[in-house]
Design a protein around this ligand. Structure first.
Ligand code: TRH
Length: 367
């Protein structure tokens, strides 16, 4: 069993906010455990969107209890920690691997993979892959929804904070955002990819029930600017600023229905225990539709009709399944049942180990 004191996380930003969002969240949660954490990021501007205090001109700085460092094709990361985590298939430069290989003992090296509910994930979780030339072994580590995976990222106090977020905190949070919700209106948040059928969704929402739909800046050109509103029938569209990750959590907790995407916002929406519709990261040959079905098979266990059909059909449609036409009113009628189900699902997830502690425990075990 290895004495683990320090961790390097290496993040290569592909696009969007998910890679850097997950890595930032992981770094913050591991640092809470008293570990010396360094997060290497090759696109500080992207992280700055989430954490405005990041100085994009500084190669090294402190952030949220850990050290943030910049890396690029010219400045390879120099991971010196007991555990090195490459996030999402991030290919570590040869120079970094060479340095890792000369260390005695070699660091534990983990590749943190993307989130998927597919069955093969459980089989591939914790599988070693020896480097073809160097004396290094890379282990694949998968987040997931079952005890046979690495679980989801969860801060130690997340669920207690969520549980204590009451009506008065919600009202204060929303009023600080300039949002007021008439008592008979539903509050919805919308975060999605441009490929989603947004215009069709807004048309459906116009038909009622009354809805205030909050859209963070940059999500779609159909949204009004931050602080502005547009009314279309029963629908009020309201633009809000792009929020800090912690405030984005509060937004998810505040809404009766959340549209989320990718990986991290989807995970946060599940911890929020509110009904959600997940747009998966669109992939070639509709691979994301298989991933959606795999998630549905797990998520819908215990969800009775008609909520089951209403949610599945709507989710398939939102993910561009050509065989689905959604029934908005049926979906709206199912919301109370979906709310109960979202609570149950959150409790099921909470019974799994949190991703941060699962990673550390595994590294100690194999180190
Ligand atoms: O931005 P994304 O589309 O990221 C994606 C996915 O992770 C995908 O799996 C990956 O392959 C691709 O990146 C490269 O969606 P995601 O994962 O939800 O990340 C968005 C982050 O932005 C999340 O941490 C929540 C955060 N966020 C805020 O902090 N404030 C906001 O106002 C909003 C809308 C989001």
């Amino acid at each position: 069993m290895r004495n683990l004191r320090s961790i390097d996380i290496v993040c290569q930003v592909l696009d969007n906010y998910g890679d850097v969002g997950v890595c930032w969240r992981l770094a913050r949660v591991l640092a809470l455990d008293g570990l010396a954490v360094t997060l290497w990021v090759d696109d500080l501007a992207r992280l700055q969107r989430l954490r405005p205090s990041v100085d994009i001109l500084r190669d090294q700085q402190s952030l949220d209890g850990f050290t943030l460092r910049y890396w690029s094709a010219h400045v390879a990361p120099d991971p010196a920690a007991d555990l090195v985590i490459g996030a999402f298939g991030c290919r570590l430069p040869e120079a970094s691997l060479q340095r890792m290989a000369t260390r005695k003992p070699a660091p534990v090296w983990i590749n943190l993979e993307y989130l998927s509910a597919e069955d093969w994930v459980e089989r591939s979780h914790r599988v070693p892959s020896p480097h073809p030339r160097l004396p290094l072994v890379e282990y694949f580590f998968f987040p997931g929804f079952t005890p046979q995976t690495g679980g989801l990222l969860r801060e130690p106090d997340l669920l207690s904070q969520r549980a204590s977020f009451d009506a008065s905190e919600r009202a204060l949070f929303l009023s600080n955002l300039g949002v007021s919700v008439p008592f008979n209106s539903l509050l919805v948040s919308l975060f999605c990819y441009p490929s989603a059928p947004i215009e069709s969704l807004l048309n459906m929402m116009q038909s009622g029930p009354p809805i205030i739909c909050l859209i963070p800046e940059g999500v779609t050109p159909l949204a009004p600017g931050a602080g502005e509103k547009i009314t279309r029938g029963a629908l009020t569209l309201q633009g809000i600023p792009f929020l800090s990750p912690d405030d984005y959590d509060r937004l998810l907790w505040s809404c009766d229905l959340n549209f989320v995407r990718g990986e991290d916002s989807a995970s946060r929406a599940q911890w929020a225990a509110q009904p959600m519709v997940w747009q998966l990261y669109p992939q070639h040959q509709q691979v994301h539709l298989h991933k959606l079905e795999a998630f549905m098979a797990r998520y819908c266990a215990g969800l009775d009709e008609p909520g089951h059909t209403a949610w599945c059909e709507f989710s398939r449609w939102w993910n561009a399944d050509p065989n689905c036409s959604p029934d908005w009113q049926a979906f709206m009628r199912a919301l109370p049942v979906l709310k109960l189900h979202a609570n149950r699902w959150q409790q099921r997830l909470a019974a799994n180990r949190a991703l941060g502690s699962a990673l550390v425990e595994f590294a100690r075990e194999i180190g």
